[in-house]
Design a protein around this ligand. Structure first.
Ligand code: B16
Ligand code: MG
Length: 217
């Protein structure tokens, strides 16, 4: 049976959280706000606008709308310099094995990311041609846990939500998949992602036999 497999980008295909961290940290420092790796964890899967709002909340700072827009642009410019240096070595372990297996089984493949830079990143790591459709932060108006990003992907592939499987590393993303009535597979810590239907530490733990069970149910 044909199913759709929807992949989140950051934390699932590549680890761009480290680049977001560097850029957000510089921005926070410029405002005399301290910003830790733990706080960066809480920004995973969160939109750019909401991320800056949260940093300002943590620092107890209020800024004008103009400054907000300027800071977002500056942060993204710095982030873009980091991702411009990315290459195929940054693809997380066994992602190509899983993609290639699903493609060999003629399954539909989608990207479902909150990032407005998703297309650039996929090009840098040379994975764009693996995807039948790409839905990213430029296509959605509502952030995860709203299921919009995954529902747009399912519609583009003409596959019913209950026949979609989502790979996600963020709590909000797992919740979005569940709300969309899709099968959710958490990639990361089982305690953090306990709402997912299945959780794997990373793709090296996912066997072809497991994928086969998803194809036949
Ligand atoms: P951008 P994902 C998310 O990507 C990141 O996890 C999150 O940290 C980031 O703020 C968001 O994209 C927006 O990214 O600034 O590039 O538009 O996990 O949904 O692939
Ligand atoms: Mg993610």
């Amino acid at each position: 049976m044909k199913k759709a497999f929807i992949f989140d980008l950051d934390g699932v295909i590549v680890d761009t959280a480290k680049y977001h961290f560097l850029a957000w940290q510089n921005l926070a420092n410029s405002l005399s706000i301290s910003f830790s790796e733990e706080q960066n964890e809480q920004l995973k899967g969160v939109s750019r606008v909401r991320s800056l709002e949260k940093i300002l909340e943590w620092g107890n700072k209020t800024i004008s709308e103009e400054e907000f827009t300027r800071l977002m642009a500056e942060k993204n410019e710095e982030y873009l310099t980091y991702i411009s240096r990315m290459d195929t070595s940054e693809i997380l372990p066994d992602v190509p094995r899983i993609l290639n297996y699903l493609i060999s089984k003629t399954q539909a493949i989608a990207l479902g990311s909150a990032s407005k830079n998703a297309r650039i990143i996929l090009d840098k790591v040379e994975l764009t041609n693996k995807f039948n459709t790409i839905v990213d932060g430029t296509d959605v108006s509502k952030a995860k846990p709203d299921p919009e990003v995954f529902l747009i992907g399912a519609k583009a592939l003409d596959i019913a939500p209950e026949d979609c499987v989502v790979f996600e590393d963020s709590v909000a993303g797992v919740q979005a998949a569940n709300i969309a009535n899709m099968i959710s597979i958490g990639i990361g810590d089982a305690k953090v992602l306990h709402e997912a239907d299945y959780v794997f530490k990373d793709f090296t733990e996912i066997k072809e036999e497991f994928l086969d069970t998803l194809l036949t149910t």
